[in-house]
Design a binder for this molecule. Structure first.
Ligand code: SF4
Length: 211
């Protein structure tokens, strides 16, 4: 089985297993996803979803958040960890959206990458989820699972994993596929415990099982 064949089979099986898998960060506007992805670094999505409620209550739009005092933002986002640097990035980011993009999030990968605190993972997430464009989001679950399954070989660096996956994942499948890897990584192919291979829908095509 080639990597591409394996990838296509994994995509189909995960579709059946997690038909409705989507982004686990709550948002109803693009700029809010931008804020949430920054807060999600080294923090759970569940906690981010709670913290942003307080943030948006006080600062309901890009203008308000751009005008906000960084110390105030920090006080609210502190439970997500790395409060100072996250608050600084969010403030700088909102100012750029306000001043350079008319308050909108740019739908261009390179423009997203230039925003403070936005790396390839975040830019891909926004391209896929907000704009429906091809995207590969290499978060910790994705990297662990694609190595175990055998879609990449011993790659840990996110950009290398992303580039390897672009070669074998149909572009239009990438975004949903990565969301499903998160679900599968949390429920079955877990990081901290031994993976539950005995109840895994990929067991007979997974490299970790010697296939
Ligand atoms: S078979 Fe085991 S290692 Fe492979 S994806 Fe499933 S849980 Fe993970």
């Amino acid at each position: 089985m080639t990597k591409k064949q394996r990838a296509l089979e994994v995509i189909e099986r995960l579709k059946k297993e997690y038909p409705d898998a989507g982004c686990t960060l709550d948002y109803d506007q693009a700029w809010k996803l931008l804020v949430s992805v920054r807060l999600a670094a080294q923090c759970t999505d569940a906690r981010v979803n709670v913290v942003v409620e307080g943030l948006y209550e006080k600062y309901p739009d890009v203008e308000a958040l751009a005008d906000a005092d960084v110390d105030d933002i920090e006080a609210i986002v502190r439970p997500c960890g790395l409060g100072r640097s996250k608050a600084r990035d969010i403030s700088a980011c909102m100012k750029i959206l306000r001043d350079e993009y008319g308050g909108k999030v740019p739908d261009d990968f390179d423009a997203l990458l230039k925003l403070p605190g936005v790396g390839r993972k975040s830019a891909n997430l926004i391209m896929g989820d907000v704009f429906g464009k091809p995207a590969i989001v290499t978060d910790t679950h994705c990297i662990r699972l694609v190595n175990r399954i055998g879609l990449v070989d011993g790659l840990k660096e996110p950009k290398k994993v992303e580039m390897a996956l672009w070669k074998i994942i149909p572009p239009e499948e990438g975004s949903d596929f990565c969301h499903r890897l998160v679900y599968h990584g949390r429920d079955v192919c877990t990081a901290r415990t031994k993976p539950y291979c005995d109840k895994c829908c990929l067991a007979d095509i997974c490299k970790k099982n010697g296939v």
